[in-house]
Design a protein around this ligand. Structure first.
Ligand SMILES: [Zn+2]
Ligand SMILES: [Zn+2]
Length: 173
């Protein structure tokens, strides 16, 4: 399944859960904006901006790696935060009885934490070092960059010229 299709599935499930809650509690839980821009160890996050539509941010990598559990647990978990807050107000505890009641309605296990493998999602982006040849810019890993500093040279496969580190002042051009 493509990432886009998977995101659409999460969007559809979110709308479906909101409708389920609306029917059960006879109150419209309102709209929610779904984004897939969360990184790091958290699988999802519900955000309540003061004057605009609530947002659920999902971790796209953990979604891809844990599709089944994500749809079964994480999506209901975050939607239940939206519903509980909308129906019971902002003074409730995040994982208190109101939230658990909504989770029960969703038929989802009311656990607070996920046990997804976060080794890939929590890995920090590696620093890259820009080099140039005669034809383009190359991004070298810190391992290769350190080898260059120790005297090793790398050549461009296209123009066969040696890679030269871009001066700080050249970067961003
Ligand atoms: Zn939560
Ligand atoms: Zn080149």
């Amino acid at each position: 399944m493509s990432e886009t299709a998977l995101h659409q599935e999460v969007e559809a499930l979110t709308q479906q859960l909101l409708a389920t809650a609306g029917n059960r509690f006879q109150r419209d839980p309102g709209k929610v904006i779904v984004r897939f821009d969360l990184t790091g160890k958290a699988a999802g996050m519900a955000i309540f901006p003061a004057r605009s539509t609530p947002v659920i941010r999902f971790n796209a990598l953990l979604l891809t790696e844990n599709r089944y559990d994500f749809l079964k647990r994480t999506v209901p978990h975050e939607v239940a935060h939206i519903v509980a807050r909308r129906l019971f107000g902002k003074k409730i505890r995040p994982h208190g009885p109101e939230w658990r009641q909504v989770m029960q309605l969703f038929g989802a296990e009311a656990s607070r934490c996920h046990n997804y493998d976060v080794s890939r999602s929590s890995r920090r982006t590696l620093k890259r070092y820009p080099y140039h040849c005669d034809c383009r810019t190359h991004q070298l890993s810190s391992i290769r960059h350190n080898r260059v500093l120790q005297g090793q040279s790398y050549h461009c496969r296209s123009c066969r010229q040696p890679l030269i580190e871009l001066a700080e002042s050249d970067q961003g051009l």
